[in-house]
Design a protein around this ligand. Sequence first.
Ligand code: SAM
Length: 268
Amino acid sequence: MRIDVVSIFPEYLAPLELSLIGKARQDGLLELNVLDLRDFTTDRHRTVDDTPYGGGAGMVMKPEPWAQALTSVAGPGAGAEKPVLIVPSPAGERFTQATAHELAGEDRLVFACGRYEGIDERVLEWAAEHFTVRPMSLGDYVLNGGEVAVLAMVEAIGRLLPGVVGNPESLVEESHSDGLLEYPVYTKPSSWRDRNVPAVLLSGNHGKIAQWRRHEQYRRTAERRPDLLEGFDAGALPRADRTAFADLGYDVVDGRLARRPADGGEPA
Ligand code: SAM
């Protein structure tokens, strides 16, 4: 996969030289280029922003440096397929593990890091001729710039590329891979500061361990992220798992989980 990142703070992306992503670059699994938007300005001050039309606070990123920068990455070697242009924005679609999987299947990604009040909207319209444009949000909060979002997205996408994570099994059993949060994990020693590892994990009974882990996933998800259970397919759950959900206050209705009201009424 080839990734290009355009930013006014290229040095912000330096952590992508470290750890698994850094190694993936060294091993040739990932080509990652960082471009300085100011290199595509033509004035003495290398200006990338101006005041907003219509008034209001803050500055807006000027369109022409973006057009020049994006033309340079979409141009030579771009191939027939339009690269995906990801524009980090709190007003974008939510970036999730499913998005990471989808984007890990692309050959080329380009990230456009906004700053100030964002990028002149016409850039996104113009870019749609050369790219598949996807404004994308890390979550419902506002960052100062797109760079932190790009660090997170590139790491989430990059670790899904074949060969990047040593043991691909570890990608299967983690949070969000099956729509649930991961179960709690423990290592040696089995007793630490008067706290013991759950006995089932020491039992050697793989069936029981798998069941305990699944039920812990249900418990954690119900406690911390009940919204994730709304889309959970409960149609084929074994009896023990239905009981685990019943203990957490959920009944299976028409293959979906329904939260039992605290007053004992009909499930929601
Ligand atoms: N005025 C913009 C708005 O309200 O939608 C916010 C601009 S923010 C201060 C500057 C830049 O940070 C954005 O252009 C975007 O690149 C990035 N950014 C901020 N919050 C983000 C989020 N939740 N997800 C992704 N990128 C974000």
